[in-house]
Design a protein around this ligand. Structure first.
Ligand code: HEC
Ligand code: HEC
Length: 360
């Protein structure tokens, strides 16, 4: 080999090496940008989850998946069909409709400030993390009617998704676990913190006299709401001491007569029959109808129900029974004895927890 050929060979080798290097570089996982949450002085810090750090890329992917009907059997419904932004991510129906308009079993839950709800999801608490939660609606015969394999296959065949998973997670192998993690990231960014009550908590405005009286009823024995829904967890208004309760909606002598076993459905424990996840009270102005079965169309009906007092059943929350028994001694009945004005005040307070900026 003469000198000239040697130089050409060397140059060619270097050129090829640089191409290989460039290709390799493209295969390095792209860098992600941490998602910045707003500063919210009246909230506790957002619990961090090191197993699924929230990034701008992950949230963007999760949002796309949440609104994409590709997850359902016939590509007819998405998560957002039953969790619509304008209803604080509930659906304004008594019971949700799945693929082929099949009617679901329960009322869709509002999705708000889920980042602070770390332990149990669903009315019956059957899942402990948001990324596992997604496997239920996808496979539910009353919801998306799909299979996890089919979802993985469809997404894997879609170059846009392959690219988005690459950007968010540095892999082109799409798995249900990552689908769940992306949706979880998006769900944790659904933060509502500009209700009238939030502004009041931050000293930005004053509540009306009626709203203040309602707050007093809410957090004292007079209304007895605070044992289960509490302002000490202002992000969710669920008492830190309780996750599930039977709030006495039905008179039942034998627990197997509950129309829905609730937590008992999941634990098979008779003492959990008729107990349900205590729901958030945020954004009630947008989340009617109320309760796991959507039985109450208005907040007035909800307040009338509590005012009449709980109905008896073996799993009625002990604190509720205890307070009701006390009222029986003093008032002669289980009811709260709220006046028309008290009920109007309580409703006015509950409505201060609604945040119209969140539903826009
Ligand atoms: C057909 C309507 C429907 C679809 C589609 C649907 N959901 Fe739901 N969702 C519901 C209903 C109804 C509940 C309450 C079910 C229960 O408790 O058994 C619920 C509950 C939830 C909860 C629990 C909230 C809490 O506070 O415990 C989360 C989170 C959720 N859905 C997210 C999703 C995601 C993510 C998707 C898409 C992968 C999805 N849902 C698809 C109707 C639906
Ligand atoms: C013993 C616990 C407990 C007490 C006390 C209690 N609640 Fe509830 N609340 C619950 C549970 C559990 C549910 C859901 C029940 C179901 O769907 O079966 C609920 C549901 C609600 C809902 C419906 C929310 C929705 O999105 O469907 C509202 C509104 C509400 N409660 C307001 C109040 C008010 C106001 C008071 C006081 C007058 C009160 N609660 C007292 C446990 C309680």
């Amino acid at each position: 080999m003469n000198k000239k050929n040697a130089i050409i060979a060397l140059a060619t080798t270097l050129f090829l090496l640089s191409i290989i290097h460039a290709c390799k570089k493209e295969e390095n996982p792209p860098t992600t940008t941490p998602y910045t949450f707003p500063e919210i002085p009246n909230f506790r810090a957002i619990p961090t989850d090191i197993s699924n750090p929230i990034t701008i890329e992950g949230v963007a992917l999760g949002k796309k998946l949440f609104f994409d009907p590709i997850l359902s059997l016939d590509s007819s419904i998405s998560c957002s069909s039953c969790h619509q932004p304008q209803f604080s991510f509930a659906d304004n129906k008594i019971k949700s409709e799945g693929v082929h308009q099949v009617l679901g079993k329960r009322n869709a839950m509002a999705l708000v400030n889920l980042a602070w709800q770390k332990d149990r999801f669903f009315w019956d608490g059957r899942t402990t993390t948001l990324h596992e939660q997604i496997t239920f609606p996808i496979q539910d015969p009353l919801e998306m009617q799909n299979t996890l394999d089919e979802v993985e296959n469809r997404l894997q065949k879609n170059p846009t998704y392959v690219d988005l998973f690459w950007k968010a997670f540095g892999t082109k192998n799409i798995s249900i676990d990552l689908v769940g993690k992306a949706i979880e990231q998006y769900e944790k960014t659904l933060i509502s913190y500009n209700s009238k009550f939030d502004k009041f908590s931050r000293g930005e405005l004053m509540l009306t006299d009626s709203e203040l009286r309602g707050l007093e009823i809410f957090k004292t024995e007079k209304g007895d709401c605070f044992h289960c829904h509490s302002s000490t967890a202002p992000e969710v208004f669920i008492s830190p001491d309780r996750t599930f309760a039977n709030n006495g909606m039905d008179t039942i002598t034998n627990v197997i007569d509950f129309a829905d076993f609730g937590l008992g459905d999941f634990t098979n424990n008779l003492s959990d029959y008729g107990r349900f996840k205590i729901p958030t009270l945020r954004n009630l102005a947008f989340t009617a109808p109320y309760m796991h079965d959507g039985r109450f169309a208005t907040l007035d009906e909800v307040i009338d129900f509590y005012n009449q007092g709980p109905k008896g059943s073996p799993t009625l929350e002990p604190i509720m029974r205890e307070k009701a028994e006390k009222r029986l001694e003093t008032l002669g009945h289980w009811g709260l004895n709220l006046s028309a004005q008290d009920k109007a005040d309580l409703k006015a307070f509950l409505l201060t927890l609604s945040d119209s900026s969140f539903v826009q």
